[in-house]
Design a protein around this ligand. Sequence first.
Ligand code: HEC
Length: 218
Amino acid sequence: MMKPVYLAILSAAIWASACTHAKDPINDPGTNDICFERDVLPIFQSNCAMSGCHDAATRADGVQLTDYSSIMNTGDVKPGKPMDSDVYEEIVEGKMPPYGYSKLTQTQIDLLNKWISEGAKNGVDCPSTCDSNTFTYSGAVSKIMTQRCVGCHSGSNPSGGIDLSSHAAVKAQAARGALMGSILGKAPWKFMPQGGAALSSCEVAQIRKWIDAGSPND
Ligand code: HEC
């Protein structure tokens, strides 16, 4: 039996995410366009803004990469000019993320390039492209991991000693309850992604359905 307080938190979370993904008829960027909040910000939050690196407390080298204005200012983003934008240059030259952390995927690098080339706009309240009827590992779960978790949970020294960069590793965390527990922030698990926005209710549903199906490598 779920405690009422968990139900209250859960329904508040679902309500909040439904609300942030509501379509705005005027500023709707369309699902094919890059949207900062949906597509770009999670890359920075899960690959750069970890504690000890570019979070608000550490600001390594004076660079903070936690939200639009800090990314634009301390990351020195020049709209329209990816190669003149310090933060992009560091990534594309392979200097960042540093040794021991996993590099961004080519898809993520291409996306950042496109975002800056198209003017580095601050798209918010973007329509969700998530479909909770898709819940395969390759089509849903691994994409969520890559975008939201793997930046901290991979490489030679993954956060909390937890790797989430392969099917076997994600399945192992699902089996011990840590995967669902952490994305819901349900005790005794710490809320994840650390320092980032909660997964959407659709993403949570995809992961839940995949776990219920036996966490297959599909
Ligand atoms: C910005 C870095 C960062 C991101 C992004 C991140 N984590 Fe973590 N995660 C951590 C750190 C640091 C710890 C260790 C926390 C501690 O022990 O205090 C941790 C611990 C965990 C744990 C163990 C929790 C516990 O209570 O033992 C799980 C499970 C986990 N993360 C899953 C995830 C998942 C799933 C995602 C993506 C949805 C994610 N993390 C994204 C930094 C991150």
